[in-house]
Design a protein around this ligand. Sequence first.
Ligand code: ZN
Length: 398
Amino acid sequence: MPPKKTSRPAVHVANETAAKWHDRLHYFETRQDEMVRTIREFVEIESPSDNKLAADRMGALLAGRFQTIGGGARIHRAEEFGDSIEITFPARAKTKPVLLLGHFDTVYPMGTLAKMPCHAADGRLHGPGVLDMKSGVALMFYAIQALQAWHGGLPQPIIVFLVSDEEVGSYSSRHITERLARESAAVFVMEPAAGLRGAVKTARKGVGDYTLTVKGVAAHAGLDPGKGHSAILELARQINAVSKFSDLKKGLSVNPGVIRGGTRTNVVAAEATVEIDVRIKRASQAAALDRKFRRVKPFDKHCKLSVEGGINRLPMERNAGVIALYKKARLIAQQIDWTLEEAAVGGGSDGNFTAGIGIPTLDGMGGVGEGAHAVHEHIVISELPRRALLLAGMIEGA
Ligand SMILES: [Zn+2]
């Protein structure tokens, strides 16, 4: 008589799966110090967006590093900014690749490292760009390496795209990001997680900027005060008017952030300018807001207005593709008893571009910490292993 088929009880299988994920977490825990060393190495190469020479040094190092684990690097030359780096990892399966999106430029000018050295203290690693997002770039490296070790090769083709001008609007890299995203099944953006609980980002506001310039009529403030038409006075009224475009309940905000104008106190100002940051929650808000800016009229008929700029990044909306990725991420996290939260944030990233063209995107997959763009920027070191695990799991399941 043939032996009776026995199916293992479901709870046993579940325990086995959880054990596999705990083993994988352990794999990354044993590499935590190595990850920290790598991140420190990346942070100690300064790479401000506006310094091509410095950014290119960083890009070349990263290209070389990913080549050591089998990536094929392609350099996308840029004139004004650093070259962007595309690294492809083939796989046995001929499926669509997964796009890992990152940037290696930082907001810190050259020389910041001297005042803000990379150092570890109280379980945190501090330094310019450590959170945004050199740790995110390192996480990509370790997740890919782990998948190769676990599977004896990659289960999915991967494209790593490292941008050099994200912090200044991604003008040189945007078209490449969008092209690579169109070829990909999913996009994981290695921007910092939201808050110290490490939430992934499932929605981002859209971002734009406008420059409103007033040309008035100059006059001597003492001799001919009545003859002048002050660009500053006109600008003040315009600032008041455009501020009212804000609709905070609908997630739309308009912030006049920088003003300039005038030459001397005894001259009626001939010119004045305001630079305005705008945020929108829905793509559908973009056109109406833009129309309002284009239609501004002078209060003083002798003043001339001109408006430049527009919406740069449309919102990353929490659509079905985003939700599906988040659900997958939450299931992976559950395997190691981690409740992974999601967050909607006001800042934009290159994830806005990829989500904007309809490619499933999950953002905030990078390091956990605080102080992005600030003197106290740091990551929490002990969070690195599970961030790497989450990324590896997401690539595997994409
Ligand atoms: Zn960033």
